[in-house]
Design a protein. Sequence first.
Length: 98
Amino acid sequence: MKRYQNLLMMIAVVVLVAAPLWTIQKPFRGTDDQATALISNIAPGYQPWFKPMQESSGGEINSLLFALQAALGSGFFGYYLGMSVTRAKIRRESGRET
């Protein structure tokens, strides 16, 4: 029974991730594009305060940087969580021995 539960959970995760992608009617636009379009509608003569020092090479670089940011964040979170759990376990064990 346990094997089937795990299989059903994996299928549910895949469906939950893939279903929104199948139901989108129009192409997905990022929040930067949406914000630029909204600002253009509100104030057509708006000029940005500054320009980027370096333009990104393309979507692949943006995806790479986002993935790197996610990996570093989850690594830090996992390290902190593991350290906290281990620290609490050591405190419980040292309290029992004395």
